[in-house]
Design a binder for this molecule. Structure first.
Ligand code: FES
Length: 102
């Protein structure tokens, strides 16, 4: 059934301008913190499956640690090709819990 699942608490969120990966059921989710604004995207890079949550944030984009593909964490679009998009998931914070809708 669709719905929001708890990923972590606010204490577990990445620091400003960092990304972090989380397991959610059989999915891996990357949460990006761009200047205090959080986004949840698929953790798997479209190039060769690199873990985006282990990447960096540069100029507001999540940069894959393997070969540097960069993604807009709000739209999921790859910087070099807007047709290449990772999934973006709704995220909400309630009572200190961080929830995503997969
Ligand atoms: S796997 Fe992400 S850039 Fe190659």
């Amino acid at each position: 059934m669709p719905g929001f699942s708890k990923l972590t608490t606010t204490a577990g969120l990445p620091a400003v301008n960092q990304a972090k990966e989380f397991a959610c059921g059989n999915k891996e989710i990357c949460i990006a913190n761009v200047n205090g604004s959080y986004s949840a995207i698929d953790n798997i890079c479209l190039h060769q499956g690199g873990p985006l949550g282990q990447g960096t944030i540069e100029k507001g984009k999540v940069v894959c640690p393997w070969h540097g593909w960069a993604y807009d964490p709000k739209t999921g679009a790859a910087a070099h090709n807007a047709n290449a998009k990772v999934a973006v998931y709704p995220l909400k914070i309630e009572n200190g819990d961080v929830m995503v809708e997969i």
